[in-house]
Ligand binder design. Structure first.
Ligand SMILES: [Zn+2]
Ligand SMILES: [Zn+2]
Length: 380
């Protein structure tokens, strides 16, 4: 089949001879991919000189699948079911789905040929948080061959059906919006509460949508780049340029009705200033959620900035199937506007052009782009 194959840093190749994945287990589902979004994680795998980050390093195997490079990337995808294993009951050929892409302990049983089977469930998987699995991997990052290809085979448990009202391109956004949805859940966010989103890149914009899906009150997006502020504004957030004043934190705090800080703040940038702001600009008992992916280095932090007003700082790690289901429901019910979600799609390219017009476009023209979707079929 046609696919993009990841061999290592700066080495993704288009191929028309990728082995087509086959149904091997009773719970396998084979999907014909419609659209697959390029994520910041994919870009990191492509560019990071110390990589791979999530993919198995050269000469090592994925802890869940036992697979080695090269493999197809792509974990943000929608498609149509074309074949199912003998035990599959929740989806059938013809159903359109979004795919929850985590791979965790319970997926290991699908790879009897390639990985040891006697490891049991890790503590996180036992406690119902497979997104925090000790062996966490992803379909499209080593856990299974991913969505930059014509076909994917993955477990039934990861399939979330798309209703007729959600088209395939929006279906490919369910994954990034679920990342944000999980973060909003981590903030124990209540209807009417106020939220600060730090950064107007793809994760920040998805967080604005997820907050709207949670009936947020005021949403402010703090972002220094003008084009990104415009995107945030179009999605319905109030915007703020933190580079224009000396004490941005104080100005931000005063932007909520009580002038005392936000109920929740989401760091979608991952720089020391935004981490500090996420704590300082929340009010009493405020919750600061780190959604960004950081490099492996420490930063300065004032513990008393939490203590004085008993604030919380936590992280949010990808998503669960429940997040996917709730995002699909929010899109279906109109809590998240399809038109606003579609504004995140700044390009659609054919699989063959995925590296040149997708990956490289996102790296070289970062500010002008949010999501570029890759499709193995005709681009409409
Ligand atoms: Zn992603
Ligand atoms: Zn686990």
């Amino acid at each position: 089949m046609k696919g993009l194959l990841y061999y290592g840093t700066n080495d993704i190749r288009y191929s028309e001879t990728v082995p087509e994945p086959e149904i091997k287990n009773p719970n396998d589902v084979k999907i014909k991919v419609s659209y697959c979004g390029i994520c910041g994680t994919d870009l990191k795998e492509f560019t990071y000189s110390g990589g791979p980050v999530f993919f198995p390093k050269q000469g090592t195997k994925d802890k869940i699948s036992g697979y080695e490079l090269p493999l197809c990337p792509g974990h943000e995808f929608s498609g149509t079911v074309v074949e199912v294993g003998s035990g599959v009951t929740s989806v059938k050929p013809g159903d359109r789905v979004a795919v929850e892409a985590t791979s965790h302990c319970s997926d290991r049983s699908r790879y009897k040929d390639t990985v040891a089977q006697d490891l049991g469930l890790c503590m996180a998987c036992q406690s119902g948080s497979p997104n925090c699995c000790a062996s966490l991997s992803f379909c499209g990052l080593g856990g299974a061959s991913g969505g930059f290809a014509e076909y994917v085979v993955y477990g039934e448990d990861h399939m979330v059906k798309l209703p007729d009202s959600i088209p395939d391109d929006i279906g490919a956004l369910v994954e990034p919006i679920s990342v944000a949805w999980h973060a909003v859940e981590r903030a124990r966010f209540q209807p009417g509460q106020t939220a600060l989103v730090l950064g107007g890149g793809p994760i920040g914009l998805a967080t604005i949508l997820a907050l709207q899906g949670h009936h947020a009150g005021k949403i402010v997006c703090s972002e220094p780049a003008l084009i990104r502020r415009q995107f945030a504004k179009e999605l319905g957030a109030e915007v703020f340029d933190p580079s224009t004043c000396d004490d941005a934190n104080a100005v931000l705090k005063a932007m909520v009705p009580e002038n005392e800080g936000f109920h929740a703040a989401f760091d979608c940038s991952g720089v020391p200033q935004t981490f500090t702001t996420s704590i300082v600009a929340t009010g009493p008992s405020g919750i600061a959620v780190n959604v960004a992916v950081w490099g492996d280095h420490p930063i300065g932090f004032m513990p008393m900035s939490l203590t004085y007003q008993e604030k919380y700082a936590t992280g949010s790690m990808c998503y669960t199937v429940k997040d996917f289901q709730e995002v699909v429901k929010a899109l279906e019910d109109g809590l998240i506007s399809l038109d606003k979600a579609r504004k995140m799609i700044t390009g659609k390219v054919h699989l063959k052009d995925g590296v040149e017009k997708g990956f490289k476009q996102l790296i070289e023209h970062k500010e002008n782009n949010v999501k570029i979707l890759v499709t193995p079929n005709e681009v409409s």
